[in-house]
Design a protein around this ligand. Sequence first.
Ligand SMILES: [Zn+2]
Length: 292
Amino acid sequence: MTISQLLRNLTTIISPFAILITVTGVVRSQTPAVSCPNSALTRFVKHTATTGETVAQIAQRYKISPATVIVMNPKLRNGKISNGQEILIPPYDGIVVEVGRGQTWRDIAKKYQVRADVLFELNGCQAPSDIAFIPTAKKSTRTQSHTPVAAAPTPSKFSRYPLVTTTPATIALAYGWQTHPRTREVFFHSGIDLLAMVDTPVQSVADGVVAYAGEQGSYGKLVIINHGNGLQTRYAHLGKIKVTQGQQIQAGSQIGLVGTSGEPTGKEPHLHFEVRENTGLGWAAKEPREYF
Ligand SMILES: [Zn+2]
């Protein structure tokens, strides 16, 4: 069976998705946001089955549930897999659904009991298009709790403030759903914008290891620090970076200077500061203010 035959046999809810995959292989993004992981819809892979393989084995190999394998490949419901059969494997447990006209991520989130920001990120950080990937793996997405399934990080408070200043900075743009100051479009702001003069020193909020230090799209000059326990912080739009990837740093270590690199949301110079937790669905942005 060819992949196109297989796709034709998918249920109607995922057929638009199938067409996208078949025709373009990539779901086009209209307004890709800063350092967003590629949409889950573009990260499906095709597994070519071998004789004797079972759904359970395939599921285990790709770390998804057998139910997901069957949902994405309804032909497998009878339990028979033929040699050379192509099987669609999503990057996570989940389903693909059609999006109603004018529906927002918040509408979809409510319907499927998944956090809107998770949906937003998993679907390429853009407004919903015709179809969406809805994750089903995480219990926490249903309960809206902050506890990921495995290796729950303890949301400990940071010992330092990201800017070396005597008083906390003014927040030019808060975390969460915001109206973009320039485009007036509602978008998900994954961090907080802390107003600061250009060249204000930026410091790590906790001990950690530099996971990334360099230019990254609209983030501009960006430093990413992993703090362990599934916790990460990001410092964007820097004017100067003073650390290198792999470097061990302490809380309060200077990592760079405030700048205006990349595509800052507002005109005034600021540090775009993010806190992310490793949720098993990637690094999910959290409300930074909860950590101070
Ligand atoms: Zn920002």
